[in-house]
Design a protein around this ligand. Sequence first.
Ligand SMILES: [Fe+2]
Ligand SMILES: [Fe+2]
Length: 165
Amino acid sequence: MSKECIFKSFQDLNIIHIHMENIFYQHQLCVLNGNRTQALNFFNAYFAFIKKHIAEEEEWLFPLYEEIGKSIRGGSVKIFLGEHQKILQFLDKINGLLNSWLQFNVHDQNTLNVLDIEYRCRELIEHHSVREDHFLFPELDRIISSNQKHDILSQFSLPLLNLSE
Ligand SMILES: [Fe+2]
Ligand SMILES: [Fe+2]
C-alpha cells in the first residue's frame, strides 16, 4: 500500500521551507526576549530538521536533477551542495555561540553576535530556498512522472516540534 503523502508536487516542498522558517523565527523571538532555554530548544529542533531536510534532498532529489541542472546557470547540483555545506557550517557556528550565550543573564555583545550571525545565515538559507523554488522543484515537476513523483514525495515530512525537555 502506498504511503500517505501531503505533497502533490515538488513545488509543494516549499511548505517545508516555510515551516522551518517559522521554527527559526520562534527561536529568534526567544533570543530577543532573553528566553534562553526555549531559544536553544527551538534552535535544536530547527538544526535537527534542516539536517534531515538536506539529507533527504541530497538522497532523493539531487540524483534525479543532476543531469538537467548542469545546463541551468546558477542551478547546478554542485552549487546546491556547496550551499548545503555552508548552511550546516553556519548553523554549527551558531550552535557554539548559543551555548556560550546561555551562560549569561543579560543582553550584551553575545546577544548581538548571535543575532548578527543568524541574520547572515538566514540570508543564505533564503537565497538557497528561492533557487530551489525557481530551478530544482519546477524542473523535477516537469521531468518526473506522477507515479514516481508520489513515491519520492512520500519520503518527505513536515517538521514536527517536540520541545519537551
Ligand atoms: Fe536544499
Ligand atoms: Fe530545501
